[in-house]
Write a protein that binds this ligand. Sequence first.
Ligand code: AVJ
Ligand code: FE
Length: 450
Amino acid sequence: MTDTITDRSSEDLRGRIAAELERTRARTALLTEAVDDDDLMRQHSPLMSPLVWDLAHVGNQEELWLVRDVGGREPVRCDIDDLYDAFKQPRRDRPALPLLPPEQARAYVATVREKVYDLLDRVAFDSRRLVADGFAFGMIVQHEQQHDETMLATHQLRAGPAVLHAPPPPEPTRPVPGEALVPGEVLVPGGRFVMGTDTDPWALDNERPAHQVDLPAYVIDAAPVTNGAYRAFIADGGYDDPRWWTEAGWRHRRQAGLSAPMHWRRDGDGWAYQRFGRWDRVRDDEPVVHVCYHEAQAYAAWAGRRLPTEAEWEKAARWDPTTGRSRRYPWGDDEPTSAHANLGQRHLWPAPVGAYPAGASPLGVHQLIGDVWEWTSTPLRGYPGFAAFPYREYSEVFFGDDYQVLRGGSFGTDRAACRGTFRNWDYPIRRQIFSGFRCARDAAPGEAQR
Ligand code: AVJ
Ligand code: FE
């Protein structure tokens, strides 16, 4: 009896893993088939790899972890490990490497994948921690999805006419005529909540362990900062006033000559932005995207606010005031659907504020998941009791003061690589990623008691 149940659930898991692998590979194929071979081999920005490097790197990680480690099989190709090792090859140097040309890279990832399907048919999910609940497969799915987002960012940096197409994101639905779509800000009462997770089977090492965090009451924006709000900061001379910037931020603002989000240009008396090869008028009700941490921090200071800490972001996203428990997502524990959040490259830019009422948290905070990665004021560190698993290079080597945490995922992030506990990070000067932010402030005395 017990055996039957176990068999059935591991058959279920095999099926789910196969579906995730397939879904993910279809996205990778789309991103790498949208341009010609020349374009795949070329470097579109010194910040990015040639797309064909990402492709073979995805296959190489899959070979290292699944074919060789989990499967104990012979290498498919051990001669290319160094070429596709992100630590041995800095991005700016990757175009000069003797990379597998597109046809060979495609054949390589297909061969690896065949071996993985064969392995998936036989693997015992209880043999070691690495494969418990299919973790190693989940890690590889997430890795490929992360590179799919990176490749999408490369497409955004690519010069030339549009090659990627998707329907625009949904429009907001106004519940009552004349009523605000989304409240301006939301009070989060003080107290403890559980941050991180011990139970999410595919959560990565830096999301663990679950631990209690006690926060004083605070107020957080009910939606990400919009283009309209950000334009007011620009128009008020925010980029020219060192008062709003940190010392490092001001230095960077001057050296890099920042004057607006990346991909914006003046358009008559307004602004236009370039999105995947098309120019459009900037739309005021969309979350601002392609700003670096320093720009986010300066905006917040100008607005008399601050960026939320990572813990404040997570409490707003997960804490359920009725049960006191932390949810997997703002809307509950159910997997994201197209009604909850703008994820998965279904659309190629952020949705206007108010477009995802079904994705709001119990306290009424909107669009925490999807649309734009949100900068937090917290540098990337391990949680108390952190243990690297299965390799230090996924996140531990990035701990310290150099990287800021971003939360929530963007329109370019897949649901497999995004949840209320998921942690992303980047240098505070980076803005080729799909990054935006929301603001927060301390609750005023008295305000917290309401
Ligand atoms: C977690 C998004 C910062 O892209 O550098 C990909 C993910 N790690 N391959 C990155 C990752 C190894 C990582 N981020
Ligand atoms: Fe990688």
